[in-house]
Ligand binder design. Sequence first.
Ligand SMILES: Nc1ncnc2c1ncn2[C@@H]1O[C@H](COP(=O)(O)OP(=O)(O)OP(=O)(O)O)[C@@H](O)[C@H]1O
Ligand SMILES: [Mg+2]
Length: 627
Amino acid sequence: MNAKSARPGKAGKPATPADDGTAETVAEVSAVQEDIVRLKLTDRARGRLVKNEVVYIRPARTPHERLKAEVLRVLGDYADAQVYESTSGVGLGDPVEQTGLLLAVRLGPGMLGQVYDGLQNPLEALAKDHGTFLPRGVAAPGLDTRARWSFAPTVRIGDRVRAGDTLGTTPEGPVLHKVMVPFDLDEEFEVTWIRDGSVTIEEPVARIKTASGAERTLTMAQDWPVREPLPRRLLARGWSERAYPDTPMVTTQRMIDTFFPIAQGGAACLPGPFGAGKTVLLNLVARHADVDVVVLVACGERAGEVVETITEFPHLKDPKTGGSLMDRTVIVCNTSSMPVAAREASIYTGIAIGEYYRQMGLRVLIIADSTSRWAQAMRETSGRLEEIPGEEAFPAYLDSAIKGVYERAGVIRTNDGSTGALTILGSVSPAGGNFEEPVTQSTLAAVKCFLGLSYDRAYKRFYPAIDPLMSWSRYLRQLEGWAADHLGPEWTDRVEEMMALLRRGDEIARMEQVTGEEGISVEDFTLSQAATFVDMVYLQQDAFDDIDASAPLDRQKRLFERVHAIATRAYGFADKEEVRSHFTRLTGLFKNYNYAPPGSPEAERLLREIDELDAAAPSIAVEAAAE
Ligand SMILES: Nc1ncnc2c1ncn2[C@@H]1O[C@H](COP(=O)(O)OP(=O)(O)OP(=O)(O)O)[C@@H](O)[C@H]1O
Ligand SMILES: [Mg+2]
């Protein structure tokens, strides 16, 4: 792909000086430490190079290579930069070129279905050109420059437009892609020319003019610096506005939707020990969540794990359209064998892509698995820069970096009045499952929903292994109004009632461990059996059963109402054996019910059996009423 950088205007990356022929050497390499290089600035560059600017190193020994790097800090005559490639062979005195650009993604149609690395290089295109083992310094356009899109304008000559306004649309897989005025423009413009029909992302689709007469030609693609929230200027000018997250993002996982819901536009985390089921659960959510676009940021520990994700996804069927799930998915992936700097950048690349689709009024879900790997990349870089370390050698800015990521979630009322949402769900993999460590703690402070996986539950194969006693979601109350309208006026109170039952059940089980079964009353034993029943038939859900794997909200509601009624009844059992046998039988029937196709004769038969069994259980409420 090196040849490409010499071909002016053909790069899919943000234009670099090499691309437009104005490359300027501004520094030379004065020290190399793994992927951090120290740059000695020339007189001309002093005061001009800025933090987060992209520079290219031209190794003297391999002059055809251009190694992409990002400036981390500028210190007078020197600057430190992280290199997104292996730095082997980089020598002292090697020239460094300035770009004047921040690390950016290229946004436009054609991202859906792509598998990118952390710098938006499409891996398939690279592999096609270079084989599986990529040579250093290769890059490919983030968007296919040859693909043709059918552009349908939505504005006319003479119309006035501002940043973020829609100029036209083009179908992209299952979504209608809005082509918008670049987000970094401040003025109001008049449309002076617009076209329609089949275009590539490099061909002009519109021309706009400011009041002062300056004209600009627009294509369907634009660049955005990944570290800056995409709607920032639009929000500052009041062209788009933030809205309150007040609808749930339904995952079809009962434990999440009913007990620990996530709002559309919300931020949630999934910490769990190694092997507790984070990836299995996240992939389930990616598949079934009611969103339009999924961006999967895979920062895997092992290369194999990431390979599994990218080989599995294209074969998964989209439960909504019946097509491939990949058609509405973007994967950004990294493994620990890729340079740390690229891993650190990948999460921002994923978010910027997600924000772009949100700006079209779509519901986007970003899944980051695992953010611990990302935080470790930050720690390594910080260590090499010899910054003052915070807790466990993480940089002191870990907290603000994590907040900065989750804060980019949210609901936006876009320029044209449509509503887009960006939901972020990140997994955390603390060593030894210790949630006291800095990444988990900082994450907990940044999110409003905490789904904590427990080793105990995973060990017992209680999947999903989310611990109901430890987890919480502030969205439960925040979505109370929505739940009252759609699930029933008492929904949220009932959910809390069930949570109280689970806690009480746990207390009784602990007591029982000390006193033995004979040490607790029949009433308490009944409560603990009822709590276990709720866990077995409602909280647990079989990821590998076609029916049970995904429970839409209406099915959750029907099941919840039955389970709630059964679990909160006042029973008058004579002895513990009767209690045990009753709940064991009920549990078996409900489990089969969860596996039965909804509305099938089998499901109806099971419900009848459940009702009969329930009706036959002794009740004290009736006796009390009779007195
Ligand atoms: N819902 C589930 N149903 C059945 N088995 C499961 C479920 N979730 C996880 N498992 C089992 O646990 C194994 C590990 O799960 P997974 O890879 O999701 O864990 P993880 O938390 O992502 O681990 P790591 O920390 O290594 O990334 C799976 O291969 C599977 O055997
Ligand atoms: Mg995993």
